[in-house]
Design a protein around this ligand. Structure first.
Ligand SMILES: Nc1ncnc2c1ncn2[C@@H]1O[C@H](COP(=O)(O)OP(=O)(O)OP(=O)(O)O)[C@@H](O)[C@H]1O
Length: 216
C-alpha cells in the first residue's frame, strides 16, 4: 500500500475579503489507504479542502499532516510535496494534447529522472488497469471523454503518491460513462491503495466509497 494517513485538525480558512469562513475548526482523520467521498452542497468548501490538502492554498489556523508530517510551508517545499506525495485529478483531465497517452504518463517520471525500463513496465500496467492498454499511442484528442478521464486518473497515480485527490473526476461524463470510469477508479485504488479524497456530487458513487464525509 502506498497510502499514508491524512489528518486535518482544527482547520480555519477564510478567503481574503469574504465575511464568512469556509472552515471554522474543521477536523478529519482519514486512514491510510482509505477511499473517502467528500460530498456537500455547492460552495460548502469541497474544492477548498482539496486545495489545502494539496498545498495549493493557504489557511490561517489548524494543521494538515500526511504520514505524520505537516504539509510544508513555502512555494518550493510545497511544489516538492505535490510532486512526491500528491496525485491530482480534476473534472477535465488536462492531458498534454501534443503528447500521446503513454507520453503523458511518462512525463512526470522523466521529470523525476526516471526513464528506466521498469518505469515503462509500470506505465504499461497502469494503462492496462484503466483499460487503455491498446490506446497508449493515441493523442488525447483521439480519446473519448471517458477514456481521457481514465488516462487522467492513471497519470495522477504514476508517481505512486501517498494521496490521491480527485475533484469530480467523472463530473463531466454521462451517467453510464461516469459509472464505467468509477469502476476503473476502484480498480486503481484496490491495486495501489493511495489515501483518497474523492469530491463528488453523485450519491451513487459516494455510496460505493469506503466512507463518506459530508461538509456543511
Ligand atoms: N478564490 C476565492 N476567493 C474568494 N472566495 C472563494 C474563492 N474560492 C472559493 N471561494 C468561496 O469559498 C466557498 C467554497 O468554495 P469551493 O469552491 O471550495 O466550494 P465547493 O464545495 O467545491 O463548490 P462546488 O460544489 O460548486 O464546486 C464558496 O463560498 C466560494 O464562493
Amino acid at each position: 500500500m502506498i497510502g499514508q494517513p491524512l489528518s486535518i485538525q482544527g482547520l480555519h480558512k477564510t478567503y481574503p475579503g469574504n465575511a464568512h469562513p469556509v472552515f471554522d475548526g474543521f477536523s478529519l482523520d482519514v486512514e491510510a489507504g482509505s477511499l473517502c467521498a467528500i460530498v456537500g452542497v455547492s460552495g460548502v468548501g469541497k474544492t477548498t479542502l482539496l486545495n489545502c490538502v494539496a498545498g495549493l492554498d493557504h489557511w490561517e489556523g489548524g494543521t494538515i499532516t500526511v504520514g505524520g508530517g505537516p504539509v510544508p510551508e513555502g512555494a518550493e517545499a510545497r511544489a516538492l510535496y505535490r510532486r512526491r506525495r500528491v496525485g491530482l485529478a480534476f473534472q477535465q483531465p488536462h492531458l498534454l494534447p501534443e503528447f500521446t497517452v503513454r507520453e503523458n504518463l511518462r512525463m512526470p517520471l522523466l521529470i523525476d529522472g526516471d526513464g528506466s525500463a521498469e518505469a515503462e513496465t509500470w506505465i504499461g500496467r497502469l494503462l492496462a488497469t484503466v483499460g487503455l492498454g491498446d490506446l497508449g499511442e493515441r493523442l488525447p484528442g483521439q480519446l473519448s471523454g471517458g477514456q481521457a478521464a481514465r488516462a487522467g486518473l492513471a497519470r495522477a497515480l504514476v508517481r505512486r503518491p501517498a494521496l490521491w485527490l480527485l475533484d469530480e473526476p467523472t463530473g463531466n461524463l454521462d451517467p453510464a460513462t461516469a459509472e464505467e470510469v468509477f469502476g476503473f477508479l476502484l480498480s486503481l485504488h484496490a491495486e495501489l491503495r493511495p489515501t483518497t479524497l474523492l469530491v463528488t456530487h453523485n450519491p451513487g458513487l459516494a455510496g460505493r466509497c469506503m466512507r463518506t464525509v459530508r461538509l456543511g
